[in-house]
Design a protein around this ligand. Structure first.
Ligand SMILES: [Zn+2]
Length: 412
């Protein structure tokens, strides 16, 4: 079988050039001006890999020109298996470690499959970039590969909302660019998750003008340097102060905590939760904490400079067991599951017994882990007239913003 280079140099360029050549942005207005339809193409930066789906099967609608490449189980490279210029639908199903492919008048069993097309859709979901499929013990995993600047168009609006002030969106674009670059460099084999586990990524058929502007006007700008990008964490609402990343959240991170006076209007700024002691006991036991009988109370033994509980004491009838604030929050949130109204929103908290002494009343501030940029605070700071550089200096104190890459010549 032929390897891919001939195809890639001759025909692949045409596909990449045509990639995303769809009118997007129609219907969005900013400052009273409708943006002109744009072509996404290849926008710049290194490629990133993002998990698309894991399941038993996947059906894709392709708009041409498209190609399917195969890779045999022990082969080195991909070889073109089918290609055409018209539209087509292909179905893929995991059969052990192989992929069964069904499409127009063809079927096959492949080790791996790479899908390229001018446009790929998974049902109503657009897929950006090329899609690699691999089967592992009956599970079909799909991973998209696309350039970082294009990836950001699917992240910034999902993480912050297109209606946020433009300078806050620009700060979000720089933070998300740095995070993705740092995360990809440190765990190359593992694709970025399209969820809060990394960054929420939702490719869409239309991109709001504010998001395009935020990404394009900060092109290539990152926190740290190209060779040492900062994994620029961010979160919804700090509740008055962000925290140092080290030593508890990420021991190797240089991100320091700071005061924030711009998220007070958030409805997550302060909150109260109460949990029954037997529920707390079950939640802790489910993450491996040993409790003798029922938890009697929980005490904050040590708080950090930002007021977050670093160490909690879980008191039962015999002893006090130490547990980190982050682990306590994870345990509670796993136990409450999908009930968002019962989630413990942060570790910036104090604990009291409930009046009947059968539960814990927890008062807290903020929502999220508290490291790096406070998104609601960034919006508040932007409304005071601060530009994105000042927002970044505020939430990533003493860390440089540098330009890791500039404008790229668009692929013809
Ligand atoms: Zn804040």
């Amino acid at each position: 079988m032929n390897a891919a280079p001939t195809w890639a140099s001759r025909w692949g360029v045409a596909v990449t050039g045509a990639l995303f050549a769809v009118a997007i942005g129609a219907g969005y207005y900013l400052g009273g001006t409708a943006p002109a339809p744009i072509e996404l193409g290849r926008r710049g930066g290194p490629d990133v890999r993002v998990a698309h789906s894991t399941g038993r099967d996947l059906t894709l609608s392709l708009r041409g020109p498209w190609s399917l490449e195969h890779r045999a189980p022990r082969a080195d490279g991909f070889a073109t298996w089918r290609r055409a210029t018209g539209d087509a639908r292909w179905s893929f199903r995991a059969v052990g470690d192989r992929i069964a492919i069904d499409g127009p008048a063809h079927s096959s069993l492949a080790g791996r499959v790479r899908v390229r097309a001018a446009s790929i859709r998974d049902g109503a979901r657009p897929v950006w970039g090329t899609l690699d499929l691999a089967a592992d013990d009956g599970a079909l995993r799909a991973v998209a590969t696309l350039d970082l600047e294009t990836y950001l168009l699917g992240v910034v609006g999902s993480e912050m909302g297109a209606a946020f002030p433009i300078e806050a969106l620009k700060a979000q674009a720089v933070a998300a660019r740095s995070y993705a670059l740092a995360r990809a460099a440190r765990a190359r084999h593992r694709p970025l998750a399209p969820t809060v586990a990394d960054q929420v990524f939702r490719p869409a058929a239309e991109i709001p003008a504010s998001i395009l502007r935020a990404v394009d006007e900060t092109r290539g700008e990152i926190i740290g340097t190209r060779s040492d990008p900062v994994k620029a964490y961010f979160h919804s609402t700090c509740g008055g102060a962000t925290r140092d990343a080290a030593p508890d959240f990420d021991p190797s991170s240089p991100i320091r905590g700071t005061r924030c006076g711009w998220c007070r209007h958030s409805r997550r700024f302060s909150w109260v939760r109460s949990y029954r002691l037997d529920d707390v006991t079950r939640a802790l036991e489910a993450v491996g904490v040993q409790v003798d009988g029922i938890v009697r109370t929980v005490r904050v033994l040590e708080a950090d400079d930002s007021g977050r509980a670093r160490v909690l004491g879980i008191v039962d009838r015999r002893r006090t067991t130490k547990l980190s604030g982050d682990r306590f929050r994870t345990a509670i949130n796993r136990a409450v599951g999908r009930d968002r109204s019962r989630r413990l929103l942060s570790t910036r908290l104090t604990v009291q017994p409930t009046p009947d002494r059968k539960g814990l009343a927890i008062k807290g501030h903020g929502w999220g882990h508290g490291v790096g940029m406070c998104q609601v605070g960034a919006a508040g700071l932007a409304r005071t007239g601060a530009d994105y550089r000042r927002i970044l200096e505020t939430y990533y104190p003493a860390l440089p913003v540098t330009v890791a890459w500039g404008a790229e010549t668009p692929t013809p």
